[in-house]
Design a protein around this ligand. Structure first.
Ligand SMILES: Cc1cc2nc3c(=O)[nH]c(=O)nc-3n(C[C@H](O)[C@H](O)[C@H](O)COP(=O)(O)OP(=O)(O)OC[C@H]3O[C@@H](n4cnc5c(N)ncnc54)[C@H](O)[C@@H]3O)c2cc1C
Length: 390
């Protein structure tokens, strides 16, 4: 089958790898003049690693696992635990670690798994009519602001900003004797957050969020952030202080106003942020794109290339991925609301989190982060999926 993938982000490349592995003729059309990925590092949760396993790339990612210990979860701004999830138990339960890697490295890993010439840069797709006739299947992976999604769903309200800014960076490490608290620190006074995660080789990925206006100039913003985080856990100032101001990537996060009514239209399938952009509160945007890629390839496997067979395969893709990704979007939205609370409601949240036993929190998270590449995260046994399959 001939497949055109629109967009060479992490999602589009993962789809291209999955389909190429199955022997399809794949072309990726990328608008940008160069193949690149911005945004410092990315957390690949166990379900994402399991999906990458199915693409033959999981081993390279697992090699970058710094071997997190038992810690993890939510903490107060000084690093005292609120909700503990046991990373070691989570790994045992799901069969994969959560790993933080440099985005460029991951993007390169996916691109290198494709034959030379598969990705065509400086090749924007302005409308589906540009590609429909040239392909048996079109995979729309043109990102959160997808132009092709807007063409397919003109009545859908599309992307909305969260009102929250996220800064992300990779710090070379921490001074001797200072240990970064594993997990996300929450400030009940402001609703602001700071997260840090160890990377292979001793580097630390950190991110911080706020909902107020910050200075535009990187150096002034760095000083502003250091002042704002002055009474947080000492690792926070150490990490921000160790990072050059211009190495911090700042973005307003966004999500689809609501899940799409479906992820396919005839022989066109949406995938990744184009299909289900969500705020990064669960670290699931790219992980869901990797799941999409695995399930899309699995459903197209064995179709004879006839239009009816392809359309039926894409309906099955929609039936398996629509409910799962809608659920993850809803969870991300809820998590965002909960984690950005401030004042008395944040204090109630913190008190409630302290009551949750670590075992229970870990089991609940483990259920969300499970992914069986053979069956996908949800199957026809599941009532929601069965309903969508009709
Ligand atoms: C602050 C932040 C932190 C995050 N952290 C995590 C995390 O820890 N874990 C996780 O799993 N996810 C995370 N995410 C989400 C993750 O980054 C995205 O879900 C993922 O990168 C989406 O990949 P994509 O390929 O779908 O879209 P994109 O990366 O946006 O790629 C779309 C591509 O399509 C191209 N394109 C656009 N229009 C056209 C066109 N008309 N023709 C041709 N090409 C076109 C673009 O140039 C781009 O290359 C985070 C996101 C943010 C903002």
């Amino acid at each position: 089958m001939r497949v055109i993938v629109v967009g060479a982000g992490l999602g589009g490349l993962a789809a291209a790898v999955a389909l190429h592995r199955d022997g399809h003729e794949v072309v990726v059309r990328e608008r940008a003049a160069e193949l690149r990925e911005n945004g410092t590092a990315i957390g690949i949760m166990p379900n994402g690693v399991l999906a990458l396993d199915a693409l033959g790339l999981g081993a390279a990612v697992r090699e970058r696992d710094p071997g997190w210990g038992a810690g993890g979860g939510m903490l107060d701004r000084r690093g005292r635990p609120l909700l503990v999830t046991d990373q070691a138990a989570l790994r045992a339960r799901t069969g994969a670690p959560a790993v933080v890697v440099a985005r460029r490295w991951l993007h390169g890993l996916l691109a290198d798994a494709l034959p030379a010439g598969t990705v065509r840069t400086a090749s924007p797709v302005r409308a589906l009519a540009d590609v429909r006739e040239d392909a048996d299947v079109v995979v729309v992976a043109d990102g959160a602001r997808s132009r092709l999604r807007a063409e397919l769903f003109p009545a859908h309200p599309g992307l909305v900003g969260s009102g929250e800014t996220a800064a992300r960076a990779i710090a070379p490490g921490l001074p001797e004797g200072l240990v970064a608290p594993a997990g996300e620190l929450l400030d009940h006074r402001t609703g602001e957050r700071f997260g840090c995660m160890a990377m292979a080789g001793g580097a630390v990925y950190w991110y911080s969020t706020w909902r107020v206006r910050a200075p535009e100039d990187p150096e002034q913003r760095r000083r502003w952030l250091l002042e704002r985080r002055a009474d947080w856990h000492p690792a926070v100032a150490a990490l921000v202080g160790a990072t050059p101001a211009d190495a911090v990537h700042v973005v307003e996060t966004a999500q689809l106003a609501r899940p799409l009514p479906r992820l396919v239209d005839g022989r066109v399938a949406l995938l990744g942020d184009a299909a289900h952009a969500m705020t990064p509160d669960l670290g699931q945007g790219a992980c869901q794109a990797f799941e999409d890629a695995v399930v899309l390839a699995a459903e197209l496997r064995g179709t004879d290339g006839g239009i009816d067979g392809i359309e039926a395969a894409l309906r099955r893709y929609d039936a398996r991925r629509g409910p799962r990704t809608a659920q993850v979007q809803r969870r991300a939205r809820r998590a965002h609301r909960m984690l950005t609370l401030r004042g008395p409601r944040a204090r109630v949240r913190d008190a409630a989190m302290r009551l949750v036993p670590a075992g229970l929190a870990t089991r609940a998270l483990g259920a969300q982060l499970a992914f069986d590449p053979q069956r996908g995260a949800r199957t026809a046994d599941d009532p929601v999926t069965a309903d969508r399959l009709g």
